[in-house]
Design a protein around this ligand. Sequence first.
Ligand code: AMP
Length: 415
Amino acid sequence: MTIDNYNFANKKAIVRVDFNVPLDENGHITDDTRIRGALPTLKKILNDGGSLIIMSHMGKPKGKVNAKYSLSQIKDDVAKALGTDVIFAPDCANAKEAAANLKPGQVLLLENLRFYPEEEGKPVGIEKEDPAYEAAKKEMKERQKDFSKTLASYADVYVNDAFGTAHRKHASTAVIADYFDKDNKMLGYLMEKEVQAVDNILSNIQRPFTAIMGGSKVSTKIGIIENLMDKVDNLILCGGMTYTFAKAMGGKIGDSICEDDKLDLAREIMAKAKAKGVNLVLGTDCVAGNAFSNDAETMICPSNDIPDGWEGMDAGPETRKAFAEVIEPAKTILWNGPAGVFEFDNFTAGSRAIAEAIVKATEKGAFSLVGGGDSVACVNKFGLADSVSYVSTGGGALLEAIEGKELPGVAAIKK
Ligand code: AMP
C-alpha cells in the first residue's frame, strides 16, 4: 500500500519520519538531507487536504528528556521546508488534544519520541545479566504497546517514511501499525524509493558489481561484508579498517586506529574472498598524520609501514588509483563509509577519489547507491549527490536490507 492511492482529505495522518539531523553546538542543522527526503510524503498529505502529525527521534536521549535532543530546535526549519506554520507538542505522549484540534492543512510536530523508553522498548537501568531482566523486558513490552496505542489514537492513518529506523522494531516504526487496519497504514514515498533502490542492488545486479566499505571499524560492518562476499566481483575495504587488515598481515601501522581483537576476523575475510573469487582491494599506501587533527603534518607511506607517532588517516595516491580502477568499469556500485577522516579537509582525497570514480561509472550507465550518514555527507561535501544514481538516507537500515534481512518497519505495514 503506497500513499499514492490514498486520499488524505480531512484525515489526520501520523507520519514517522527520520528527522535525526546533525546539529552544531548552537542547535543549528548542518545537513538537512533527511528533512528534504520526507517532504514529498508530507506535502502530498497536506495538498490532499489532510492534517499532519509528525513524529521522529533525534539522537540517543536514552528514554529521558534532554533539551540537547529536543525537536523544538528544528521546528522552524520544518516549517520553512513545508512552507507552513508548525505547532509543537512538547510531550509526544500527551498530545491528544493538540492532535484533535488540528484542521486540514495544519501540522503538529511531536517532541522526540526517545524521551520515552517505551519508544525503543528496552528496559532501562537493568543489565541483561540481572535475573529480573526478563520480567522487566516483558513489562516494558506492555508499556510499549500502550505508548504505541496512544500515538495511534491521534490519527486516522499511519504512514512510515523513516527508512533510517526501519530496521528497528520500535513503537513508532512498527508496533503502532498494529493499531491501524490494513487500509490505513502505508509506506511513504521515501521508504518506497529506498526499498526499490535496495531491490535494484539485490535482484537486478549488473556486473561487475563493486562494493566499497569504509568507515572506522570492521566490527560494525562484518555482517554486510560477509553477505556482500556472495554477491560482488570487487570489494574495496578502506578507511580505518585498512589498518586492522594491514596489522593482520604482519604490517607496522604506527598509531593508526586498529581493532586488535579483530585480526583473526580480518584474516578470515581475506581467506573467504580468495575462496569465493572476490577481488578484495585494500589500500597499499596512505596519507599519515602525526596527530589526529586537520593541521597535522602529513606524509605518504605504505599502509603496512607507518612509523610510530604517525597514523593512517586517508588513502594514498597509489591506493586512490587502484580504487578508481575497479570502480570506474563497474555496472553496480554500493558505497558505505568514507576512505579517510573526511571531516578534516586535508584528509578527504581518498573519499573524493571514490566519489568521483562512482560519478564516472554512473555517467557510463552504472547503478550507484551511496548510503550511510558519512558517505552521504561526503557526496554532499563534494557537491556530487546529484551525480550518483541514489543517495540513501539509511545507514544501519540500508545495510540490514542489503544483508537480506526483512526490515520490521516494512514488515509491520505488510502485516
Ligand atoms: P563509521 O561510523 O564506522 O562508518 O565510520 C565513519 C568514521 O570513520 C568517520 O567519522 C571517519 O572520520 C572515520 N575514519 C575513516 N577513516 C579513518 C581513519 N583512517 N582513522 C580514523 N578514523 C577514520
